[in-house]
Design a protein. Structure first.
Length: 162
């Protein structure tokens, strides 16, 4: 069972803890993170959602909800490790920004990070419950997937893949 800290609109912990799936009020938020991972060739690592998840088989950047007690940075590192078996370094994180998103009963604050890495010796292994496939995609390939409604764009999409 996953537990989340509840935050206010200023990204301050309220002291309230909820189980994943519990109803949040409109003024309560949980933190969601996304990692844009860019390699030495200027390509981004994107993953395809499992067929059993919402938005099945859509391409996206890796991410998810942070857990109780985690920071956004700790959460993004954990999500990338769980879903793709990649150990990223905290010092390589470039904070891009955040924004509030409204989903009835589950509002969140999305935190976006960019990691520029050397991909030559990675041992990527997908978590099959979460990820169907992955690929290193150029900016043009990502734009094409997005225009074809096959890529889930998040906040700062245009700024990152300009």
């Amino acid at each position: 069972m996953e537990y989340w800290d509840v935050y206010n609109e200023k990204k301050e912990r309220t002291g309230k803890i909820v189980k994943r799936g519990d109803f949040l009020n409109d003024d309560e938020y949980h933190i969601v993170v996304n990692a844009w991972i860019k390699n030495q060739d200027g390509k981004y690592l994107i993953s395809q959602r499992s067929a059993n998840k919402s938005h099945p088989l859509m391409w996206e950047t890796t991410g998810g909800s942070i857990l109780q007690g985690e920071t956004a940075l700790d959460g993004v590192l954990r999500e990338v490790k769980e879903e793709l078996n990649i150990d990223l370094n905290k010092q390589d994180a470039i904070y891009i920004g955040s924004g509030k998103r409204y989903y009835k009963g589950c509002p969140d604050i999305l935190e976006i990070f960019l990691f520029e890495i050397n991909s030559e010796n990675l041992n990527i292994k997908v978590q099959e419950e979460e990820v169907n496939d992955y690929m290193w995609a150029s900016v043009n390939e990502i734009k094409h997937l997005y225009e074809s409604k096959k890529f889930e764009a998040t906040l700062y999409f245009d700024e990152i893949i300009k």
